[in-house]
Design a protein around this ligand. Structure first.
Ligand SMILES: [Zn+2]
Length: 198
């Protein structure tokens, strides 16, 4: 008999254990169905998921499931955008190893994403700070550099002295750093540019 109430603590725990064993969202290459690639932007492993992550990955999950129901061979992978200053700053702040901090955050957030029940093929997981991934970023950069499409020049950037980092325009709120609220200044720095119009 069906229970009147839904008990997520019990039902979802059982379901997760089954999914761990059966791997129902694995994507196979040798499949005659038309292909569909459902990719969300990878989360930065900052520590814990927030509701913005839940919204973001639920949207892609709905699309992936819809396309699967329509008969597509759907590839819905997940990865970690794991290079960056937050890891360096956290390491300085806590006197910790940035690799350890990053790996621990990935493990925690992966567990959280799994609890959401997303139809992700975890066998395709990538981590951008690992060599098996960044060797391709480096390869791509070398191709651009050899063709003269990657070049260096000085340019003024938004700079937060407290975070010792460059900020994107979106990260400057009312002239202040979005992370630490310190005053943002302009600083001339040597930077890499890509001639995307060529
Ligand atoms: Zn700052």
């Amino acid at each position: 008999m069906l229970e009147k109430e839904y008990f997520p603590q019990q039902i979802e725990k059982e379901r997760l254990e089954i999914w761990e064993k059966t791997n129902p969202h694995k994507t196979y290459d040798n499949n005659d169905k038309p292909k569909y690639y459902a990719l969300s932007m990878f989360p930065y492993p900052s520590g814990k998921l927030h509701m913005g992550h839940v919204r973001n990955y639920t949207i892609t999950d709905v699309i992936a499931r819809f396309k699967k129901a329509q008969g597509f061979n759907v590839l819905h992978p997940m990865g970690w955008d794991s290079f960056g200053l937050p890891a360096e700053n956290a390491a300085i702040q806590h006197g910790a190893n940035p690799a350890k901090w990053t790996d621990e955050n990935i493990a925690y957030m992966k567990m959280q994403l799994k609890k959401l029940g997303l139809s992700v093929d975890w066998d395709r997981e990538v981590t951008t700070c690992k060599e098996d991934y960044y060797k391709w970023t480096q390869w791509l950069f070398i191709q651009l550099f050899r063709k003269g499409l990657a070049y260096k020049k000085q340019a003024a950037v938004n700079w937060c002295e407290h975070c010792a980092t460059v900020l994107a325009n979106e990260q400057v709120i009312d002239g202040k750093c979005w992370r630490c609220d310190h005053e943002v200044t302009k600083k001339n720095l040597w930077q890499w540019f890509l001639k995307i119009k060529d």
